[in-house]
Design a protein around this ligand. Sequence first.
Ligand SMILES: Nc1ncnc2c1ncn2[C@@H]1O[C@H](COP(=O)(O)OP(=O)(O)OP(=O)(O)O)[C@@H](O)[C@H]1O
Ligand SMILES: [Mg+2]
Length: 419
Amino acid sequence: MESIQAIKQRFGIIGNNAALNRAIEKALQVSPTDISVLVTGESGVGKESIPKIIHSLSHRKHGKYIAVNCGAIPEGTIDSELFGHEKGAFTGATQTRNGYFEVADNGTIFLDEVGELPLTTQVRLLRVLENGEFIKVGSSKVQKTNVRIVAATNVNMFEAIKKGKFREDLYYRLSTVEILLPPLRARKDDIHLLFRKFASDFAMKYKMPSIRLDESATEMLTKYRWNGNIRQLRNVAEQISVLEERRSITPDTLRQYLPNTSGNLPAVIENEKSESDFSSEREILYKVLFDMKSDLNDLKKLTMELMQNGVSQKVKEDNESLIQKIYGEDENDEVFHEEETTAPVKLLSISPEVTVVSEADKYHFAEDVEEEETLSLHDKELELIKKSLERNKGKRKAAAKELGISERTLYRKIKQFDL
Ligand SMILES: Nc1ncnc2c1ncn2[C@@H]1O[C@H](COP(=O)(O)OP(=O)(O)OP(=O)(O)O)[C@@H](O)[C@H]1O
Ligand SMILES: [Mg+2]
């Protein structure tokens, strides 16, 4: 059996924390079996590497490994994605399609964000787990499959069960073995180690000297709560690497990249799962909402300008930075010169000219209506991007081409939506 150290090296896992080592050890122990595993832990703690370890050390390693983000698939299509459908099962089902459970026969399926599965899908999943049976949507034929399931969640499953959103029997079936990944704030010794690793990766990527934290900044880094965990730490390391000219980082500089640190409260380490598991989600949502509100205000300002002055070169020039902020970089950017598809996806290529307010509507742009539209626009955009990335197996270039945007814009969107 490979050592924990070797596994960490193979899967790029940094850290020496005892709870992290225990999680990897558990993954090693269960990998030769077909036991269902539930990986739990806050958002951004690194849950995605556990099913990969389990699959690649199992006898299924030559079979397929399919990762499904249950939260990203619309409720109406998830059964068909997972279990397939028969031709004519619903409008648009022009051909029979095999679902992931059929395709991954003798392999492993990773059900990420399993807490998001609709109840009807949970019933189907329970059946596969119990006896390997499933039925395609629109079919009556029972099929068999031999799939190992590893699931992950960052939500409190007991809460979900209590609220009737998750079946208790399925929870116990999925979590025969539970692997808990600790939050970063409970891995204090690993924080600076990870930061140095990310700083050196970004120094290589952007071809500049690596940033270094002075002693007090290191202390601040270690005491911070890191509600977004390793994902947030990585983002902070990237932002500082790119934006700061001085390579030696002081607490004053670092503070600017750490939200809500005015009180600089040291992190409280919870030993048990508690309500606080959800605080990070809440904060992330608040941030997204604030960013959207700010974009909305910018849009309003721009719309007003356009209504008053029409679309002219002057308006474009006067509002250049605003337009860039809202709509992103010019798609014909000289540095990233890429072929755009002939029919770009509309949602992603809104130009200011699209924001036309008819004369009759001039005084009826009620705030709540605009907000609702902006929200659904974001949702649709996010969904399009996720789907495209999944279809193209995470290959950004292909996804960008499919979406009709430049790779750089896609990169920005991925960052924006934290995909
Ligand atoms: N120990 C680690 N060493 C290096 N990088 C890590 C480690 N753990 C996580 N990461 C990186 O942190 C990021 C977040 O990890 P991951 O996507 O696995 O989080 P997650 O637990 O699945 O979060 P979510 O619940 O939001 O999906 C990834 O870029 C991953 O590569
Ligand atoms: Mg994940």
